[in-house]
Design a protein around this ligand. Structure first.
Ligand code: SF4
Length: 304
């Protein structure tokens, strides 16, 4: 029988999925509709995160190509629904993101990382005071020179979001709140963040890996400036900081989304940012899609 609501703890990916389309989250988690495909952007994200993790944990800096290729091969060999990209597109994905990870090695091999893939959890409260348990996994915790720590989040969307987009991002709001008032899973137990990391969270650095994909040919940016073949796209690091008030605001925003999920607010709202109905893997279970006359390939997913 179909469960009435999505149960806690609420993970960041649930909130992102809800924002992409509430109905798609219902179809996936409550109606158990099987996805028709795996989106290549998600495959790329999994491969990039696994490679970065291994670079740091295994100190595999001199084997970046080998590690990337292994992770790529594993993803392509997975059973289940196919990836929604043809061989040419997949070959370009492989080349782009392998090159980005080579650049990551050059920039980050000396970086000090105290935790990789660190589970975090916390509690946010509805306006009426109802507690909701939230969880997530932060990519990296790095110590700062002057004490405290930064959280690094590796981002693998192909387009380049603005700093304001990152500052309002729900996933980052959830992480920031957990790291301010929650717990981290260390040495097989949940422990208070304050006990494990001591100092305050200084900031969250969104590491936009696509910025490290070299341009393949010379060209001109929208602002008129030019770039050469082989040049990188820009600084990958977007630093966001949160005041105590912004931390509270972020926690409230997360709680409001969870309250809507719990209330059964599974309305139809295909977000163009995530590719809309054209990129919906559970479209066959929906019947309410809003299709475009032209194939929608959102910049969010597409590498230039
Ligand atoms: S087809 Fe469109 S409206 Fe239906 S669940 Fe998917 S994204 Fe939402």
């Amino acid at each position: 029988m179909q469960s009435a609501t999505i149960q806690p703890p609420y993970h960041q990916w649930m909130l992102n999925a809800y924002l992409a389309c509430p109905e798609a989250l219902r179809l996936t988690l409550l109606a158990r509709v099987k996805p028709a495909f795996r989106h290549y952007a998600r495959v790329r994200g999994t491969v990039a995160h696994a490679t970065v993790f291994r670079l740091h944990v295994e100190k595999a800096w001199d084997r970046v190509d080998e590690v990337f290729e292994e992770e790529w091969g594993q993803q392509l060999a997975l059973p289940g629904p196919p990836i929604n990209a043809n061989a040419k597109k997949l070959a370009k994905e492989f080349e782009d993101w392998r090159d980005a990870l080579r650049q990551y090695v050059l920039r980050e091999r000396e970086a000090r990382v105290v935790f990789c893939e660190l589970p975090v959890r916390g509690t946010v409260r509805s306006r009426g005071g109802r507690p909701y348990a939230v969880e997530g996994v932060v990519d990296q915790v790095r110590p700062c020179a002057d004490g405290g720590f930064d959280v690094y989040e590796i981002k693998t969307s192909a387009a380049n979001p603005s700093l304001a987009t990152f500052e309002r991002n729900i996933q980052l709001s959830l992480y920031a709140w957990c790291l301010h008032a929650g717990e981290v899973f260390v040495e097989n137990e949940w422990q208070a963040v304050s006990k494990v990391l001591g100092e305050n969270l200084h900031g969250i650095v969104c590491y936009q890996l696509a910025q490290l994909i070299p341009y393949r040919r010379a060209g001109r940016r929208p602002d008129g400036s030019t770039y050469a073949a082989g040049e990188l796209r820009g600084d990958p690091c977007y630093r966001i900081t949160k005041t105590p008030e912004q931390l509270e605001q972020g926690a409230c925003a997360v709680a409001r989304i969870i309250a809507a999920i719990r209330a059964g607010g599974f309305f139809w709202n295909p977000s163009a940012m995530y590719g809309g109905c054209d990129a919906c893997a559970v479209k066959h279970g929906c019947g309410k899609e809003l299709l475009s006359n032209s194939p929608l390939q959102p910049a969010h997913f597409e590498a230039a």
